[in-house]
Design a protein around this ligand. Structure first.
Ligand SMILES: O=c1ccn([C@@H]2O[C@H](COP(=O)(O)O)[C@@H](O)[C@H]2O)c(=O)[nH]1
Length: 224
């Protein structure tokens, strides 16, 4: 089985991003580039990181009207990302148009409820009910829109996996036992997420901020 860990490269400098990716590349399965990286370095930065030779996950969390999101998908087509994110709350038409505009080798996955949110945060946005129910509802919408899968926390991935048997599930908010959770609220260990059916494990600071990122990536790989 290939390594399910995608290392989140949330660092502002391109040279530091390349050094980190090169350092850990033997112990992760892919590289996740998000808003911080893409806003700073754009297409050029993604092409530079592609030289590392690992699949690229563009975590852009697109959320706009369908026509605009489809245009953004077409604009990143040339980068041949393995995975791209959109927000499920953008609605079914937006997700359908995103999928239609994507390259056939790119998986489109919908962010359901950010792992930095809990039920209090959800209720402040006007949504009553549990995180679990919100994730299940948006997963159903994403599946109906023809997406490949969703992003959810490890606390929900087991239930979603039972409902959507061949879905592709991206799980961030992962922390090796005893490590600092930071701004994440719905957290599990990488091993638990994998056992519950995660397809991709997104891990950022536990590797990127470790004193020795290579040792951290190796230690996480050994738990899987
Ligand atoms: O719900 C979500 C969606 C995306 N993310 C992204 O994953 C990484 C997690 O980084 P850590 O340092 O391991 O917390 C980060 O790039 C987020 O933008 C998420 O955390 N939760």
């Amino acid at each position: 089985m290939s390594n399910p860990v995608y290392v989140a490269i949330d660092v502002p400098r391109l040279d530091a991003a390349k050094v980190l990716a090169e350092k850990v590349k033997g112990h992760v399965g892919g590289v996740k580039l998000g808003l911080e990286f893409f806003c700073a370095h754009g297409h050029h930065g993604v092409m530079e990181l592609a030289h590392v030779g690992l699949p690229i996950f563009l975590d852009l969390k697109l959320h706009d009207i369908p026509n605009t999101v489809a245009g953004a998908m077409q604009a990143i087509h040339v980068l041949e990302p393995a995975i791209v994110t959109v927000h499920a709350s953008g609605g079914r038409a937006m997700m359908e148009d995103a999928k239609a505009a994507a390259g056939e080798n790119t998986k489109i996955v919908a962010v359901t409820m950010l792992t930095s949110l809990d039920e209090n945060d959800l209720s402040r946005t006007g949504v009553a009910g549990s995180a679990h129910d919100q994730v299940m509802r948006l997963a159903e919408l994403a599946e109906a829109a023809g997406l490949d899968g969703i992003v959810c926390s490890g606390q929900e991935v087991g239930s979603v996996h039972k409902q959507w048997k061949n879905g592709f599930f991206v799980v961030p908010g992962l922390r090796p036992a005893g490590s600092n959770v930071g701004d994440q609220k719905r957290v599990v260990t990488p091993r638990q997420a994998r056992d519950d059916g995660a397809s991709v494990l997104v891990i950022g600071r536990p590797i990127s901020k470790a004193e020795d990122p290579l040792a951290a990536a190796r230690a996480i790989e050994a738990t899987l």
